[in-house]
Ligand binder design. Structure first.
Ligand code: ADP
Ligand code: ZN
Ligand code: ZN
Length: 839
């Protein structure tokens, strides 16, 4: 890590830097400048945590982002109160990455810091202290002074203390130096109380008194003494069985986990007696939450085509930072990743593999774990904060040189990345939607790679148009794989015409005859079926047959989805729920009916149509808890489910050999997305879900139900004709100024009062129109969902020229405009949300 000064070279009278810019966890747009007091010169390092006063009363912990000699103009700089870290908590590359992110995505660097640090590492005035469980007062090389002793005594009675408590205990105001000294002596831990704190996992271990372990005779004598005391004797025997101290006395040092020792129903009290009599001693250690996993296999032999791809990627990396690996579903991209990862790890650099949220619990992780064992860290969004801190620390200590993770793993403290892989790079879930920073993990990965001088590999069967465009322009390298691994073939497609079946009276609860036949054939052959529908719940509308009334959310302008299982109407935007009405609130009619099919209803109707089949469902409702997703996948994998109905979740990276039929319940729903990306998305979704079929020797079949079988996009997906589809869509995007030909920024103006929201949106719009750069400003318009959680929303869309200078200038002016608008009393409580590169 880069330290700014060598202590020896520190000039006595003229310090090199007098000011430090500190990143604070508060919603202000910039870093704050503080004075560096003389006594702290030598400890100031970029990335170190410091304690500062903010405002009149608040004491905050921040991170040093920059040091310089420029006093702030608008205010008198206050001094830094204390430096908390000997070793910086974050490295300069991370700070550079944060600063880039704040600038590019128009947010505050404090917000980036907030997203970046696991809460266990954050600090604020709410910081608390506890005894470090590793601290051994008797044998500590660092003696404690009187005040330090007092703090530790206080911690005997109370397991944790706040800063205020410490001040009271000592009766003095400046406690930072004392606490810091205690941290240095490893006597205490400082943690954050606001959120779930990081607490190390502690194991109680038991070992023999050391002279007994090294002295056979003494031990034999002990046995003689214990004769007749059956319980104590059996504990001692168990210990000696697990820890053979006669042969290897040094093994006694590590001892045995207490729960292992007492496993076979031994009594705790016998052990206590043994400890009291000095036979055993008990001690505590901090253990890893993340279990150790040994590699089980070596990487697979690559096919000649895969090997060619690896060679091509490597040779293109010679010239380009980023390469797009465009390989059809089932072409074996994972094995290609494994090969590249191994080579980079051998060269001593770190590797990060990004996966979309949900794919993380799937097979790809276990496949990687088989090869890399616990050299590989997994950073999951469902991890507890404690587990996250352990991955963070594992990266710092070098335990994990390779991490597989969701988008937030970009913030881990890597210091020498050699390779970043973004799998399924087209996935829209890579974009953080809320809160800020609203970053796109693929784009941020490329930037992070640039800072580390690392290579970035983007993998997908259906690349995003942005990436494909960059590859075509020669900005990225490009490697294609057109064949599935082994003898697997791409599936056969069928378009099932919903309209025709309806006219011939062949529809049964919205299923076509063709789909039912394909499902039945697969069931007869004991094969598996996936049914895809992009909508959860039972049905998306409840409507009155007499007056046309529909149930809507009271807080948002959207219809409520009926969930049959819980007999509720729910809003998928704000979580609002209500009981299903028995009669129409508008006209009193009892003729209420449900319209449309969500996954819940599809599952129900399929179970009626195929009573012998075992059904499963995978959507947000069935996978809420940490292992829900895994459990359903395990059941499907082991053949306990014949038909799995699911949302987008089933499109991501599933690799099951017995899936032969994929049904797309409502193809039109996928196409009718009100967005310039609708076509691109539809192509991706259909191709990806279809790609789950026939991944081994049996050829797969895909049935798409639609009212418009003549739509051109179906023909293109079926032909796998990405290139032509891309060409046609791109011509349109060029003509109508859409990405990648321009950069988009979407600004949402939100307020509880309709008029205020509208007025603020118009004011912003006028100001933006004045910015003198090449751009088109559209709107403001009521958002697609005009009201959410009782907040009215207006949207402006800005199409910016792609040049870096234009973007910088626009963003700079935008920040000024918003600051100024926000200062007007009428707009004080208006919220503006800036989304750069909205997805
Ligand atoms: P993709 O990610 O491109 O859709 P996968 O990496 O999941 O494809 O590979 C498809 C299937 O082929 C998987 O079951 C995988 O285990 C198998 N496979 C791929 N490459 C090899 C290889 N070199 N040796 C053995 N099996 C392979
Ligand atoms: Zn009615
Ligand atoms: Zn709502």
């Amino acid at each position: 890590m880069l330290s700014l000064f060598e202590e020896k070279e520190l000039p006595e009278s003229q310090p090199e830097f007098s000011f430090a810019d500190v990143i604070l966890p508060v919603p202000i747009p910039r870093m704050f400048t503080y004075k560096i007091p003389r006594n702290l010169y030598s400890e100031i390092q970029i990335g170190a945590r410091v304690i500062v006063q903010f405002g009149r009363k608040k004491i905050l912990t921040g991170i040093i982002g920059k040091v310089h000699n420029k006093p702030p103009q608008a205010y008198e700089a206050k001094p830094i109160l204390e430096v908390l870290d000997h070793q910086p908590s974050v490295n300069p590359l991370q700070i550079r990455f944060w600063a880039w992110m704040a600038e590019y995505y128009c947010c505050h660097i404090g917000e980036v810091m907030h997203a970046a640090l696991p809460s266990g590492l954050r600090l604020s005035s709410e910081s608390r202290i506890q005894v470090n469980p590793n601290f051994d007062k008797e044998n500590s090389p660092y003696p404690l002074d009187e005040r330090e002793e007092k703090i530790l005594d206080a911690l005997e009675n109370q397991s944790e203390l706040s800063y205020d408590d410490c001040e009271k205990v000592l009766g003095i105001k400046t406690i930072h130096p004392i606490l810091k000294s205690l941290v240095t002596k490893e006597a205490i831990l400082i943690f954050e109380k606001v959120q779930e704190k990081y607490s190390p996992k502690i194991e109680t271990r038991i070992r023999l008194r050391s002279d007994l372990a090294h002295n056979k005779e003494a031990l034999e004598e002990l046995f003689a003494q214990l004769s007749g005391k059956v319980k104590q004797e059996s504990i001692l025997l168990k210990y000696l069985r697990d820890v053979p101290v006669f042969q290897k006395p040094e093994l006694n040092e590590k001892g045995l986990d207490k729960s292992t020792l007492l496993e076979e129903g031994d009594s705790e009290s016998s052990l206590k007696t043994l400890i009291k009599n000095g036979v055993f001693e008990s001690f505590k250690v901090v253990v890893n939450r993340l279990e150790e996993i040994q590699p089980e296999r070596t990487a697979s032999e690559l096919s000649p085509i895969q090997q060619e791809a690896v060679d091509s990627i490597k040779s293109q990396f010679e010239e380009k930072q980023t390469v797009l690996l465009h390989g059809i579903t089932g072409s074996g991209k994972t094995e290609i990743y494994i090969r590249l990862i191994q080579e980079v790890l051998e060269s001593g650099s770190q590797v990060l593999l990004l996966l979309p949220e949900i794919a993380l619990t799937t097979q790809i992780v276990s496949r990687l774990q088989e090869v890399f064992g616990s050299q590989m860290g997994v950073y999951h969004s469902k991890y507890s904060d404690n587990e996250r801190v352990e991955v963070w620390n594992g990266v710092l200590s070098g335990r994990f040189s390779f991490v597989v993770g969701v988008r937030s793993s970009l913030f881990l403290p890597f210091d020498s990345l050699g390779l970043i892989i973004v799998d399924e790079e087209h996935e829209s879930s890579y974009k953080q939607f809320d809160p800020a920073p609203r970053f796109h993990a693929r784009d941020a990965a490329i930037m992070l790679g640039y800072f580390h001088q690392a290579k970035t590999l983007l993998g997908s069967a259906t690349p995003s148009f942005e990436s494909y465009f960059n590859a075509q322009q020669g900005k990225y390298g490009h490697v294609e794989l057109h064949q599935r691994f082994g003898d697997a073939q791409l599936p056969e497609f069928y378009l099932a015409d919903l309209g025709a079946d309806r006219r011939k009276n062949l529809l049964k609860v919205d299923s076509t005859r063709l789909l039912r036949e394909k499902i039945q054939e697969a069931l007869d052959k004991n094969e598996q079926i996936l049914i895809y529908q992009n909508r959860r719940g039972y049905s998306p509308y409840v409507q009155c047959e007499d007056c046309g009334w529909t149930a809507e959310c009271v807080q948002c302008d959207v219809s409520l989805t009926y969930h049959q299982f819980s007999e509720e109407l729910r809003c998928h935007y704000c979580g609002y729920k209500e009981k299903v009405p028995t009669s129409c609130p508008a006209c009193g009619s009892t003729q209420l009916s449900t319209k449309g099919m969500g996954t819940e209803r599809i599952e129900e109707s399929l179970s009626l149509l195929f009573p012998e089949a075992r059904l499963g469902r995978m959507d947000l409702d069935t996978t809420r808890n940490k292992y829900g997703y895994q459990r359903i996948l395990d059941e499907f994998g082991s053949g306990q489910i014949d038909i799995l109905v699911g949302t987008q979740m089933i499109t991501k990276g599933l690799d099951f050999g017995r899936v032969t039929v994929v049904g797309i319940w409502d193809g039109d729903r996928i196409l009718n997305f009100p967005d310039f990306r609708a076509g691109e998305r539809a192509f991706q979704q259909i191709t990806q879900v279809a790609g789950r079929a026939g991944r081994r020797s049996v050829k797969g079949q895909v049935v798409i139900q639609t009212r418009n079988p003549e739509q051109d996009i179906y023909a293109k997906v079926i032909a796998g004709d990405y290139k032509n589809f891309f060409r046609v869509e791109m011509a349109e995007r060029k003509q109508f100024y859409y990405p990648p030909f321009v950069k988009l920024i979407k600004i949402t103006t939100r307020h509880a009062d309709f008029k205020t929201a509208e007025k603020a949106a118009i004011a912003l719009h006028r100001e933006m129109a004045q910015i003198a750069v090449k751009k088109i400003v559209l709107g403001p318009e009521r958002a697609l969902i005009g009201r959410i959680k009782n907040q009215y929303q207006f949207e402006s869309l800005i199409k910016l020229d792609r040049s870096g200078a234009t973007q910088q200038e626009f963003k700079k002016r935008l920040a000024e405009i918003l600051e100024e608008l926000q200062a007007r009393s009428e707009f004080r409580s208006v919220r503006w949300i800036i989304d750069v590169d909205p997805s």
